[in-house]
Ligand binder design. Structure first.
Ligand SMILES: [Ca+2]
Ligand SMILES: [Ca+2]
Length: 152
């Protein structure tokens, strides 16, 4: 490296050092994952039940996605095809009390579709994000595409 510096004008050395520092500060997600702030997201195309979807996300070092605000919701909505996808939210312990799988906390912000969550046939404990970004509770046994999230 020192040999390289001696042969370069000082301006180029400064630029090179700045670029190295700058580029390592950027969060980097693996190929095919979408970066947003400190998270990586991916839409998994192979449809699974909520539980199998979650265990697949775990294998990739993450969880089914947590959505904190409209900006994150928009990032996930952009990943969606024309079908809905599981996210990491469910109310299987106490009906109507939804909690994120990652943090076991109730959402501070939600984006339910009109009339949802309706717990249809008293059998809807898992949540999807639908094209357009609204959420709906559905039976956990349905097979759906799903969105994983992991730290960048
Ligand atoms: Ca429910
Ligand atoms: Ca529903």
């Amino acid at each position: 490296m020192m040999q390289l510096f001696k042969s370069l004008p000082i301006a180029w050395v400064v630029l090179l050092l700045w670029f190295q520092g700058h580029s390592t500060a950027e969060a980097v997600c693996p190929e095919h994952w979408t970066t947003d702030n400190d998270s990586c997201y991916i839409l998994m195309e192979q449809k699974k039940t909520w539980k199998k979807a979650q265990s697949t996300c775990r294998k990739f070092g993450g969880n089914l996605a947590t959505i904190a605000n409209p900006s994150e919701n928009h990032v996930l909505d952009k990943l969606l095809p024309e079908t809905e996808a599981w996210i990491g939210l469910r109310d299987h312990v106490n009906e109507g009390t939804f909690k994120w799988i990652k943090t076991s906390t109730t959402p501070l912000w939600t984006n339910w579709a009109p009339g949802e969550p309706n717990n249809a046939r008293r059998n809807e404990y898992c949540v999807v994000i639908m094209p357009g970004g609204n959420w709906n509770d559905e039976p956990c046994s349905y097979i759906r595409k799903f969105i994983c999230e992991k730290p960048a």
